[in-house]
Design a protein around this ligand. Sequence first.
Ligand code: NI
Length: 190
Amino acid sequence: MTKAHGAPWPVKFCIQSIKLASIMAILQILQYPDERLHTIAKKVVQVNDVTRKLVQDMAETMYAAPGVGLAATQVNVHEQIIVVDVSETHDELLVFINPEILHRSGEQEGEEGCLSVPGIYENVRRADKISVRALNQQGESFTLDAEGFLAVCIQHEVDHLHGRVFVEYLSQLKQSRLRAKLKKRRREAM
Ligand code: NI
């Protein structure tokens, strides 16, 4: 997910990202309307070093984009893993493996963007508060209560694992206009 009006990266982060660049990898992000974005992700059976390496690369990819959330689906890995960091300082990474939203309450509407749909921001209605259960990078189960923008971000990323992109909440007319616009933009970029 991307923030509609993001602040520029602090210098501290830039230096750190150069240091980490040698051991991490920036992954390619699938672009809507790529069919693979509709793949349903499978549960991670065992959290191991391969999982942790993927999490690292996903985080690096998200920070570099820059974005505030990324689902494995978006980098064409169809396993239930998401990373989120909505902090201003970009140093509060949250990792959810096999996330499950247990409760939703309230309602909020806000502008969302997505690294798979660059440059498009649309209002989406979501639950205001959620409770999510997941595994951490050590394979331990935890439950987190989230509200506001963090809750939006988690719901947006969990949707990706179910093959759903945020623009699919828009009306059919808006969606077909959007697809035409993106097709045109891609043709022009070639
Ligand atoms: Ni997204």
